[in-house]
Structure formats: C-alpha cells, structure tokens
Design a protein around this ligand. Structure first.
Ligand code: ADP
Ligand code: TRP
Length: 311
C-alpha cells in the first residue's frame, strides 16, 4: 500500500475552501493508503505567538479532521511537536541547502515582498516540511496547489541528502487536489483566512448564512458569478443548471439555495464534531504520536549514522 503523508497548520477555524480544496479528498485518499496526518504545530509557531490560542487550535484541528471523516483507527493522526525527530532532521537539511535556494520559497518571498520582516523559522520552513514528509518514506503528499513548491523542496532536500550521504530518502510526489483547486471567497478572490472572505466550515447555520449573504454579486447578467463559483464547489454544475436557469437574476434566492446546500453538507460533520471531547482528542493524539515516533526514530537512527554523529 502506498504511503501518504499530509499536514495541516493549527491556525484557526477551517473554512469551506480548506474542506473542499484539500480535506475532503485527503479523507478519501486515506481510505486507500497507509496514511499519516500531522498537525503542524511547529510550523504554526512561525506566525502564532499566543500559547492559549495555539493549544486550542491544535485540539480543534484534530476534531475537524475526525469530524470530516478521518478514521484514527486506520490513519495515524499526530502532532509534529510530539515527534522531535522532525526538528532534528530539519536541522540536518538546513545544513545541506543554500540560503539562495531558501530565498526562492514563496512563503518567505511573499512576506518580504509585502515589506514584512520574516523570522528565521519562516525562512527555513520548507526544510521542516521536508523533514515531515521524508521521515516516513512517503510516496504521496496530497496538498492544495499553493503547497506544490514546498513538496518540490522536499524532493530537492532528499536528493541533496542522498547525493551526499547515500540513498536514504524516497522522493515523495505531491498529489495536487485539482478538481476544486481554488474555492473563491465571498469577494471572489481565493477564500483565505488572511483575506477575511471565508465561509466557516463548522460555524452555526446563522454564521454560514451571514457569510453567504455577504457574497459580493455583480450587477450584470443573471448569474452572480461569485455565488455560482462557490456553489459549483459544493454541487456539480449539472445539478446546478436547472436552479440557475429558473432563478436567473434572483440573487437572494440563489444565495438561500447555497446556504441550504452548505448546511446539508456540514450538518452531519458538525454533529460528529460536537460529540468529541477535548479528553478524547488528547488521548487519540498521544496514541498517534507514539506510532509516528516509532517510525521516525528508526529512520533517524539511520540518518544519524550516515551523517556521522552516531559514534
Ligand atoms: P488560508 O489561505 O485560509 O490561510 P491555509 O493556507 O491554512 O488557508 O490552507 C490550508 C489548506 O487548505 C492548504 O492545503 C490549501 O491549499 C487549502 N486551501 C486553502 N484555501 C483554499 C481555497 N480557497 N481553495 C482550495 N483550497 C484551499
Ligand atoms: N505547510 C503546510 C500548509 O501550510 C502544512 C504542512 C506542514 C504540510 N508539513 C507538511 C503539508 C507536510 C503536507 C506535508 O498547509
């Protein structure tokens, strides 16, 4: 069975773009793969400096994964910081790649382009992600298109290590979840926490309705493009065709239909989420981290021997 690895930052409430863009497909893929799903808490530390919020987010993201259908009996769900081999291997990769190479990474470049000061963690972020992926002899990494470059960086790190110290790491491939590559937000731009244009995945029905009602509609033509583009990520275009034909120009009715369709998709997941306690999650993560660490420590033993620090 192919091995799958993916990670998600615990950086706040998920929106339907996260779910339809990556999470939903990842859950499906996990059913047919030997899967590991990691909560990237150390990656989150590059931007989140509020301990209480980070703690809350970690529990929440684990709940989210399970609510959307991830089966912790089959897939290992764990927390990055519980497996110190990740930061250890990241350091070894840092020592193999050049500053010039890291300077080309989008996450860092974008921050600098905005005139913001990037911390060193953000700069070396791709090497921590490379360590995440490579520690587990991963075959495939399902990610949204925005993470493609990071997986390429992981392959590059694997190749550099293998060339220097001998064949050790598998070159993992990204699996870009194309079908709904980018879900637009309420303003038509990519739905993103940082743009404040999201529709929450686990909001109440009222919160979802409020977000949908705020979708910016253009005044020309009978089809509100921004509503339709979100709608077609929830339902097939064939299913939508009759609705958009009969409700041409009726923006409010179309928004109401979208609210109902999102609610129908979310309600069962919301119920599952509400049934999970924080204690359930802590127990589950401890179990998951134990299993992940077993694999990671075997790999690191080999790596330490190869680089020459194991005597
Ligand atoms: P945000 O842009 O809201 O900060 P993240 O960067 O935390 O979202 O994204 C987490 C995952 O969800 C990534 O793999 C990303 O590709 C996916 N994702 C985020 N927004 C969208 C979107 N609008 N459409 C499709 N996938 C998305
Ligand atoms: N960088 C990814 C994101 O922001 C999260 C992540 C961390 C990840 N490590 C990973 C994704 C390893 C895939 C594989 O979405």
């Amino acid at each position: 069975m192919e091995r799958l690895f993916t990670g998600l930052q615990p950086s706040g409430a998920l929106h339907i773009g996260n779910y339809l863009g990556t999470l939903k497909q990842t859950v499906e893929l996990c059913k047919s793969h030997d899967g590991l799903v990691m909560i990237a808490d150390y990656h989150a530390l590059t931007s989140l400096k509020k301990p209480e919020e980070l703690r809350r987010n970690i529990i929440d993201v684990a709940k989210d994964y399970i609510a959307v259908g991830m089966d912790p009996e089959k897939t290992i769900i764990f927390k990055q910081s519980d497996v110190p081999e990740h930061t250890e291997l990241a350091w070894i990769f840092d020592c193999l790649v050049s500053v010039k190479f890291l300077e080309l990474a989008h996450a860092y470049k974008d921050k600098v382009a905005k005139g913001l000061e990037a911390n060193a963690g953000l700069f070396t972020y791709p090497m921590l992600m490379a360590a995440d992926i490579l520690l587990y002899d991963t075959d495939v990494v399902p990610v949204g298109a925005d993470q493609k470059q990071h997986v390429e960086y992981a392959r590059e790190a694997a190749a550099k290590f293998n060339n220097t110290y001998g064949e050790t790491f598998k070159e993992a491939k990204e699996l870009i979840l194309e079908s709904v590559a980018v879900v637009p937000g309420t303003d038509g731009k990519k739905m993103s926490k940082s743009y404040g244009n999201t529709i929450p995945l686990f909001g109440t029905k009222d919160e979802i309705a409020k977000a949908v009602m705020s979708i910016v509609t253009d005044s020309s033509g009978g089809v509100p493009v921004n509503v339709y583009n979100i709608h077609k990520a929830v339902k097939s275009e064939a299913e939508l065709a009759p609705l958009y034909e009969t409700s041409k120009g009726k923006y409010k009715a179309l928004k109401e239909a979208l609210i109902e369709d999102i609610e129908a998709m979310v309600a069962p997941m919301r119920a599952r989420r509400d049934s999970l306690t924080d204690a359930d999650i802590k127990k589950l993560l401890t179990e998951g981290s134990g299993k992940a660490r077993e694999r990671a420590s075997t790999k690191m033993k080999d790596v330490r021997a190869k680089v020459g620090v194991a005597l």
